[in-house]
Design a protein around this ligand. Structure first.
Ligand SMILES: Nc1nc2c(c(=O)[nH]1)N[C@H]1C(S)=C(S)[C@@H](COP(=O)(O)OP(=O)(O)OC[C@H]3O[C@@H](n4cnc5c(=O)[nH]c(N)nc54)[C@H](O)[C@@H]3O)O[C@H]1N2
Ligand SMILES: Nc1nc2c(c(=O)[nH]1)N[C@H]1C(S)=C(S)[C@@H](COP(=O)(O)OP(=O)(O)OC[C@H]3O[C@@H](n4cnc5c(=O)[nH]c(N)nc54)[C@H](O)[C@@H]3O)O[C@H]1N2
Ligand code: SF4
Ligand SMILES: [Mo]
Length: 913
């Protein structure tokens, strides 16, 4: 019996990482080689944040393995014509034929050069939902690393539709790719559309349930429709879509203009933020001419001094007369001799002066009294001045947090909301301290497995940040990949994640029309994709289908037939979750609610034999590397740790001979040994057998590491808030570069580079952008169409499972278009009626689900359905918003994202079934 062909009876420990809220640990019950049940892994009690439990989706894994509709042999297309209505004519071929077919293309690409005439990689690849495919694709990352430049430009919505602004600004301000309340300690959560009870996975549900029981946390859910999260919150506030920034500005107003300054965390503002930094007349910090250090107004000496002058007491409010220089864009220097300057905090006070709750009410349609009360409750719960001891260190204790859902923090308004959220934490000293709003992981900064050490001292007392260059000499004028991420978005940095976090819709858009004064939008010669279905998940899905249909050579790792692999040339069936081997890191702090007191590794292993001809991804990657002539580099990449575990450390070496191909078991056995050694400083070298029996192994992870605050204190760093001097300067420089190149189609995005976000009615802005681009009158589209998560579904990844469907049918909203019952009555629409929902782009149809818990001006379609190929799901008749949402430059924000929202109309076209 080898690891990849088990015929066992018993329980097999493995992990689930079907959604970003994982990974979680589980056991598979196996009888005579057949998986019969999924169970929690209670060996992880006290180790895993939900004590070894899994969510409902994990229970679908059995049906996933035995899904009768799987693609179970390699296939090639026989119909050269590609189109939605063209039968691809897939025929089964052998693995040898399939791999040779792909390798032949790859070899040709290598011979012609890795980059094409436009400078873009000839090989492109796309992976789906939030990076989770990495936990299933074995050593394929080592293949990509060995290959050289690969274009990860073409997205499926992960990134641009996701927690996008939060990923970028969060990493800038507090190394927070995503944020989370310190759930086990917090007492008050203001959630703007963070649907944590559906999207937070098993750890989210478990930790929030405990927080309600154990510390009586009050959660206020602010969102246009009553999600399951709203349903189990203390309060639901039905806000008008995309007006959250107004609500948050008003909260800031209440805190800074309606409450005594002493109720805020003044020492935190003075010493842990840039509130005291003086701002000159051009909007840049006033600096010491010699050291270029920003100046503060020292109240003890009554003069301007560099911010880090020992013992200084910076003024928070006020205007002063001082001298120094401002450093503007492209090294422009403004010299001042006795000029009026204001503290950054004073700039904030002035900026927020008009944002009263009464003003916000006119924008977001929430009563001023509610906004004021929520702001004051937030302040009341903040316990400014309180401390708590964590592992022997006394830290501030601020049990209040603000969280944002995906539609709030991407597209227009994303900057404002992320800024306001982070600032609301700063005002009461609740940023990255116990009880407060804390960051989880880093993806753009390095090293990726340690937030603390990724926060290195940079200029001006802030953390350093890996901006993409905007100076004349170094600006990347020719995009390196088709979504032009590093050219257009300085904030997207340059890590392995930066391509997927670029403006991925620009890659698709450019395939349809060329952007002025930009490189020729060539097609990739070869496109690989895995665990993603952009023809369902992205915006304007029929347009995506058209683009994919024209790609010259498409290789799909295929589970079932689906809407994207319908256009593929070759289908490669990979072993799924319960059939293959892989080791990943677990623990530490990670995605939404994964906060562990442990860290280590977990093994995924075959609980059942591979079905049909499906092959372990690691085997496929090795074969592709071998056949395309990059085996040696591939093995070296594995040795370096590209597949998850570096095989060599200070006191151990399990590296593989780079010259020969290795079996799947050999590769993961070496990974197991290296993981054991890494965790024990070389003491242990347990191999695959040990890990197959135990499933995971961890060591302690210090809880102090959950919080960035102590690390900043120890290293004399502070948070870069409230004033965004760097963003302002970088925006000016980027504008200079683009205009020098004759590019003016990014001008709207440039306007967002403001030191303090300039308020717009984003709801109105989005509507006018759609109407002005596509035509139509405002009064014809009186509804907002939104989307939301479902706990049962991981995107469209498990739509083909009957069990998942069955459970979801017991949850409101999974039958069609959610609409307000009162509004429906006015329009003569009844529950179950067939309706047409139309945006200026297109129309779709579905059945109406009437609820009280949604605003009268809002419609909502859960998840991403609308399948027309995926077996089983194609029979759901569930509409999706994706065919109705255009990809538009005018909807794209400065970070390159846009939001899942579109103005629509609704019309009854038939009665209930
Ligand atoms: N309407 C709407 N659209 C959305 C969103 C929304 O909320 N509403 N959310 C957006 C966001 S935030 C994201 S991150 C994206 C995510 O969207 P995607 O990245 O496209 O992810 P999935 O929908 O999970 O991709 C599913 C595909 O993976 C295949 N698959 C599943 N398991 C396996 C396997 O084991 N092997 C192989 N080879 N394939 C497998 C499935 O068959 C399916 O075709 O969606 C975006 N789109
Ligand atoms: N079970 C499960 N969990 C998942 C995923 C999954 O597919 N399934 N996907 C993961 C991924 S990739 C992501 S990006 C996250 C997304 O996680 P969330 O952002 O928490 O999830 P959604 O349900 O998509 O968020 C939609 C909520 O925002 C509200 N909303 C929409 N527009 C607005 C608005 O303008 N203002 C306000 N205040 N609220 C608004 C909707 O009413 C809805 O309740 O979930 C992750 N977790
Ligand atoms: S939350 Fe559920 S689907 Fe997501 S990784 Fe955990 S068990 Fe799997
Ligand atoms: Mo996402």
């Amino acid at each position: 019996m080898t690891a990849s062909t088990p015929e066992r009876t018993g329980k097999v420990a493995t992990y689930c990482y079907q959604c970003v809220a994982g990974p979680d640990l589980l056991k598979v019950k196996v009888e005579d080689g057949v998986a019969t049940a999924i169970e929690p892994n209670f060996d992880a009690q006290g180790v895993h944040p939900a004590d070894g439990r899994v969510c409902v989706k994990a229970f679908g894994l059995i049906q996933k393995a035995y899904n009768p509709n799987r693609v179970l042999a390699p296939m090639k297309r026989t119909n050269p014509k590609k189109g939605k209505d063209e039968d691809p004519g897939f025929v089964e071929i052998t693995w040898d034929e399939a791999l040779d077919l792909v390798a032949e293309k790859l070899t040709k690409v290598r011979a012609e050069g890795l980059l094409d005439r436009a400078g873009y990689p000839r090989l492109a690849a796309s992976f789906g939902g939030g990076g989770t495919p990495t936990a299933y694709m074995g050593t394929f990352p080592a293949f990509l690393s060995a290959w050289g430049p690969v274009d990860l430009s073409f997205g499926s919505g992960q990134g641009v539709k996701c927690y996008h602004s939060e990923h970028l600004y969060g990493e800038l301000w507090h190394r927070a790719f995503i944020v989370c309340p310190d759930t086990p300690r917090t007492r008050y959560i203001v959630s703007f559309g963070s649907n944590i009870e559906a999207s937070g996975g098993v750890c989210g549900v478990w930790r929030h349930a405990n927080a309600r029981v154990e510390q009586g946390v009050k959660r206020v859910q602010i969102e246009p429709h009553l999600s399951v999260t709203g349903g189990c919150s203390a309060e639901w506030v039905p806000i008008k879509p995309k007006t959250d920034a107004a609500f948050m500005h008003a909260m800031i107003y209440v805190l800074i203009h309606e409450n005594d300054r002493e109720r805020l965390d003044v020492p935190f503002l003075k010493h842990m933020t840039a509130s005291g930094y003086l701002v000159g007349p051009n909007g840049y910090y006033l600096r010491d001419p010699d050291t270029r250090k920003p100046l503060v107004w020292d109240l003890t000496q009554g003069k301007a001094v560099p911010f880090d002058t020992p013992g200084n007491d910076p003024a928070l409010d006020g205007r002063f007369t001082a001298s120094g220089i401002e450093v503007g864009p492209d090294e422009a220097i403004f010299r001042h001799d006795g000029v009026e300057v204001a503290t950054s905090f004073q700039m904030l006070l002035d900026h927020e002066r008009t944002f009263t709750p009464e003003w916000a009410e006119t924008i977001c349609e929430v009563p001023a009294a509610t906004i004021r009360r929520v702001a004051n409750e937030y302040l009341d719960h903040a316990e400014v001045g309180a401390t708590i001891e964590i592992e022997g260190r006394t830290l501030p204790f601020r049990p209040v947090a603000v969280t944002l859902g995906k539609t709030v923090n991407n597209g227009w308004g994303g900057y404002d909301c992320c800024w306001a959220r982070t600032l609301l934490a700063c005002l009461v000293g609740a940023l990255d301290v116990p009880g407060g709003t804390i960051g989880t992981a880093v993806r753009l900064n390095r090293p990726a497995n340690d937030r603390q050490s990724s926060a290195k001292p940079g200029l001006d007392g802030f953390m350093d940040y890996p901006w993409n260059p905007t100076d004349k000499e170094n600006w990347i004028s020719r995009p390196q990949i088709r979504n032009a991420n590093r050219t257009l978005v300085p904030l997207v940095a340059n890590s392995a994640w930066s391509a997927a976090l670029g403006p991925t819709h620009l890659a698709w858009m450019q395939q349809r029309h060329r952007f002025e004064n930009f490189p020729e939008p060539t097609q990739p010669d070869v496109w690989f994709f895995y665990r993603t279905n952009p023809v369902i998940s992205f915006w304007d899905t029929p347009a995506i289908a058209d683009v994919v249909a024209k790609f010259p050579f498409v290789v799909a790792f295929a589970y079932t037939h689906d809407e994207t692999n319908h256009f593929a040339d070759v289908l490669l069936p990979d072993c799924t979750d319960l059939e293959s081997l892989q080791m990943i890191r677990i623990g530490g702090t990670k995605y939404v609610e994964q906060f562990w007191d442990h860290q280590g590794f977990a093994l995924r292993q075959p609980a059942v034999p591979a079905q049909g001809e499906a092959r372990d991804f690691t085997w496929i990657a090795t074969e592709l590397a071998r056949r395309s002539g990059i085996l040696e580099k591939y093995n070296q990449a594995i040795n370096r740790g590209a597949a998850g575990v570096p095989l060599k450390g200070p006191n151990y070496d399990f590296t593989l001979d780079p010259a020969t191909p290795h079996s799947v078991e050999t590769i993961w056995d070496a990974s197991c040994r290296a993981a054991s050694a890494e965790l024990t400083e070389g003491e242990e070298d347990h191999g695959l057998d040990w890990w197959q029996e135990h499933g995971f192994r961890t060591i302690d992870y210090p809880r102090l590491q959950w919080f960035l605050y102590p690390h900043l204190v120890d290293n004399n760093m502070r948070f870069e808030l409230p004033y965004q001097e760097r963003i302002f300067r970088i925006g000016q420089e980027l504008g200079n570069r683009l205009h020098e190149s004759g590019i003016d189609w990014w001008d709207r995005q440039l306007l967002e580079y403001q030191p303090l976000p300039v308020f717009h009615d984003f709801s109105a802005l989005i509507k006018s952008a759609v109407l002005s681009n596509l035509g139509g009158r405002e009064e014809d589209y009186p509804f907002w169409l939104l989307t939301a998560r479902s706990m049962q579904y991981s995107w469209g990844g498990n739509v083909s499972l009957q069990m998942v469907r069955e459970i979801s049918q017991n949850i409101k909203g999974h039958r069609g278009v959610i609409m307000n019952a009162g509004r429906a009555a006015e329009l003569g629409i009844e529950d179950g009626d067939l309706v047409e929902v139309r945006s200026p782009l297109r129309e779709t149809r579905g059945r109406v689900v009437l609820l009280q818990g949604i605003r009268p001006d809002t419609l909502l379609m859960i998840g991403q359905f609308d399948h027309w190929i995926t077996p089983y799901a194609k029979g759901f008749e569930m509409p999706s918003m994706n065919s109705l949402v255009p990809m538009l430059m005018d909807l794209t924000d400065a970070t390159g994202s846009a939001a899942d929202i579109v103005p629509v109309s609704i019309k009854r076209i038939g009665g209930a079934q």
